[in-house]
Design a protein around this ligand. Structure first.
Ligand code: G4P
Length: 189
């Protein structure tokens, strides 16, 4: 998505060779017009798939998932994160290891909000190591729902997640795929 790539080049701050800060439009301040256009891109890609729900993960996925859901006219469910090891019976849950935070999270969704027969589109802001997406895929599977695909705003293609999730059979559609980045610039696939 050209508009997004240009915005990353303009406002993205490369913190080191593996982390990019996009607080100006995606992770802290939200550019709603850009997010609306992103929602439209996801809609046009997945519009024929009879999506019944959008699933994301708190916190940064929620805004982009919400604007996307307006196009599909379906609810957004966001997986919640807890560090608790208690898994109440009425929740689907998955353990997710974050390489960035070097920490294990438990993510969960109430059974009330995912049902067999649901056709789920996962939306998230970043695809890095793929663990969050794989965790959400496990939750969808546990619910007996169908994971139609995943719409990702920024994929860091130099990290392992993209290959991992595609090898797992997930239909991933990323709007900007960063090939590499450094102080001297960002290149896209
Ligand atoms: P993974 O989900 O793909 O395995 O990635 P990882 O655990 O490494 O990512 C941990 C968190 O860091 C995620 O947010 C992810 O969105 C974010 N992240 C990963 N790479 C980048 C990056 O280069 N730039 C920025 N800005 N974020 C990145 P989170 O911990 O769930 O936090 P949040 O959603 O509450 O913001």
């Amino acid at each position: 998505m050209e508009e997004l790539k240009q915005r990353i080049l303009k406002d993205g701050i490369v913190l080191n060779n593996s982390v990019i800060k996009v607080d100006k439009f995606l992770n802290h301040q939200l550019d709603i017009t850009l997010l609306d256009n992103i929602g439209s891109e996801f809609y046009h890609h997945f519009m024929d798939q009879e999506i019944t729900k959008i699933l994301t993960i708190e916190a940064s996925g929620i805004a982009v998932a919400t604007l996307t859901a307006l196009y599909f006219n379906v609810p957004v469910v966001f997986a919640r994160k807890s560090e608790s090891i208690t898994h109440p019976e009425d929740k689907y849950s998955a353990d997710v290891y974050s390489f960035t935070h070097e920490k294990q999270f438990n993510i969960f969704v109430s059974r009330e909000y995912l049902k067999p027969g649901d056709k789920i589109l996962v939306i998230d802001d970043f695809l890095a190591n793929g663990q969050a997406l794989l965790g959400m895929a496990r939750i969808v599977h546990e619910a007996g729902a169908t994971l139609v695909g995943a719409g990702i705003v920024i994929e860091k293609s130099f990290q392992d997640g993209g290959k991992l999730v595609r090898d797992a059979g997930i239909n991933v559609f990323s709007l900007a795929r960063i090939k590499n980045m450094s102080d001297s610039g960002i290149t896209f696939l």
